[in-house]
Write a protein that binds this ligand. Structure first.
Ligand code: NAD
Length: 520
């Protein structure tokens, strides 16, 4: 069992400050370095999506508790800001080591609360770990600039300084990776942080916070508050919070973006997607089919970079037959089962939504090549499972195409030419990712040039860049100016101060002039 499941079976140890040895299923907040139980009377169950067991409960943090978390972050800021960057980096160096050591425990918790397979959960942790590794060398990205002698005896230089208290609001689908996109970068830049994990799977955030503190992150630098809309709105409105990182749906993301920007905050908001894979007739059939199956059905389609729509250029029939053949071999089961290829979707409501959108496709004329809606998984009959589902003959006017499905459903479309396929992709409001499968450099180069999505794959189905680049979704998939991690991530969590200094012999000062100073 994962750490949360263990909570029930361990006696509490009086001298142990750690939250994880408590007997209660209730997840504490983290405020000023202490795990504290919320005084709230309202809790939300965290449910294992494969079994419906209640794994833990998160509190709807009270306003008073939220304010004390912000105060703790505010208090911790001056000394953390003045802590040498080398020391801050060393905390990350230790943190990455601890994440590695605890990889299995973290992954197990992710599988228990989120449902994805253990192997995929390891990937979730690993992709976050890479951001921590990148943070270990972040000093060079925080360097300022210097111009000597902009005028007689005057130099100007710029410094990149932290903002103060920043906050992060997380989605359910990557419970380890997405918190790690946020607080390690913010903290290494010298900020303090308030993290609001997804109410559906808070466990990985809790474990990561504990490891970060063990690595030497001082009290108050990272705080965690649980809850849903109310605490999110409190984050948007709070005058002491300077910047918000959000990842999740468009509905929540645009609400947060407008509410927080109206308060003068910086916001980076990564949102929904509809990622297309364009398959050229010259593509390698086996590797392309493998890529489509992995990227369409992996993590039960609950990735913001899942390839949920395939556009076949030319005759799609032979491709669809192969796709069907391969998809049928996938094993659907609880993520803890060693042979599972995909686990459940996150909730009963998510399953209902996926099934409704599939039905809407059928009703508007799409052909259901593979139907995973009625799947029963032996031993896990109560789980929210949806098997791999394929709809063909999908057209842009269909609801199943316009809406993000976020389930193991692959939509197949057809185009007569690359231009027609490109047009379909660019007409879509989202712009997270798009991939082309081809052996033609000319086609690939054209695709890269004219596609409007922010992340392009060429024979790569899920082109999520490593942390020395940034996660660059665009159009309706992103709101803000500065993307997550990479150079842009450091810029997001820092502000520039410019200093103009004059050091010259003042003995020949020529007196006062009230005219605008110029540098001639
Ligand atoms: P969600 O928007 O429902 O929840 C995200 C967070 O926002 C949660 O912490 C939740 O408590 C909060 N929230 C939800 N509704 C709110 C509201 N009305 N007011 C205030 N706060 C609210 O998203 P989710 O279902 O957890 O995640 C899935 C979505 O996230 C998908 O759309 C997916 O594409 C997107 N996503 C995008 C990226 C990316 O980088 N572009 C990455 C992962 C997930």
């Amino acid at each position: 069992p994962g750490v949360f499941a263990l909570a029930n079976h361990h006696l509490s140890i009086a001298t142990e400050s750690s939250w994880k040895h408590r007997t209660s299923l209730r997840v504490p907040n983290l405020i000023g370095g202490s795990f504290v139980d919320s005084q709230s009377s309202e809790f939300v169950d965290v449910i294992n999506p494969a079994t419906q067991e209640v794994v833990s409960q998160i509190p709807l943090t009270t306003d008073k508790e939220f304010k004390s978390a912000v105060s703790a972050a505010k208090e911790a800021f001056p000394s953390w800001k003045n802590t040498p960057i080398t020391t801050r980096q060393r905390v990350m160096l230790k943190f990455q080591e601890l994440i590695r050591k605890n990889m299995d425990k973290l992954a197990f918790n992710v599988t228990t609360e989120q449902g994805k397979t253990l192997k995929d959960a390891q990937g979730d942790v690993f992709r976050g770990l890479e951001v921590v590794e990148h943070a270990c060398g972040m000093a060079t990205l925080q360097m300022g600039e210097y111009v000597s002698n902009v005028s007689n005896g005057i130099d100007t230089y710029s410094l990149r300084e932290p903002l103060g208290v920043c906050a992060g609001i997380c989605p359910f689908n990557f419970p380890a990776m997405i918190p790690l996109w946020m607080f390690p970068v913010a903290a290494t830049c010298g900020n303090t942080f308030i993290l609001k994990p997804s109410e559906k799977d808070p466990g990985a955030s809790m474990m990561l916070a504990e490891l970060a503190m063990e690595a030497g992150l001082p009290d108050g630098v990272l705080n965690i508050v649980h809850g849903t809309h109310d605490v999110v709105n409190a984050i948007c409105d709070d005058d002491d919070i300077r910047a918000i990182s959000f990842v999740g749906s468009n509905q929540a993301g645009m609400h947060i973006y407008s509410r927080a920007s109206a308060k003068g905050k910086r916001v980076q908001s990564n949102m929904g997607a509809k990622n297309h894979g364009v398959v050229m007739p010259d593509a390698n059939i086996d590797s392309t089919i493998n890529a489509l199956v992995a990227a369409g059905f992996g993590a039960a389609g609950q990735r913001c970079m899942a390839l949920s729509t395939v556009v076949f250029v030319g005759d799609s029939k032979p491709w669809e037959e192969k796709l069907l053949e391969r998809a049928k071999t996938l094993k659907v089961s609880a993520g803890t089962e060693p042979d599972a290829d995909l686990g459940p979707v996150i909730s009963k409501q998510a399953k209902e939504r996926v099934c409704r959108l599939v039905q809407s496709g059928v009703d508007s004329g799409a052909k259901l090549l593979l139907d995973g809606r009625d799947i029963v998984v032996p031993g896990y009959e109560k789980g929210n499972f949806v098997g791999p589902t394929i709809l063909s003959g999908v057209t842009p006017d269909m609801e199943c195409y316009k809406e993000e499905i976020f389930g193991p459903v692959l939509l197949c479309m057809q185009a007569n030419s690359l231009d027609e396929a490109i047009n379909i992709v660019n007409q879509n409001k989202y712009g997270n990712g798009a991939a082309i499968f081809t052996t033609s450099g000319v086609a690939a180069r054209k695709f890269q040039t004219v596609i409007e999505s922010g992340q392009i794959g060429i024979n790569v189905p899920i082109p999520v860049p490593l942390p020395f680049f940034s996660f660059t979704g665009s159009k309706a998939s992103f709101a803000g100016d500065l993307n997550f991690y990479g150079k842009a991530g450091v810029q997001f969590y820092s502000q520039i101060k410019t200093v103009t200094q004059q050091w010259k012999d003042l003995s020949s000062d020529s007196g006062v002039s009230l005219a605008m100073p110029t540098s001639q």
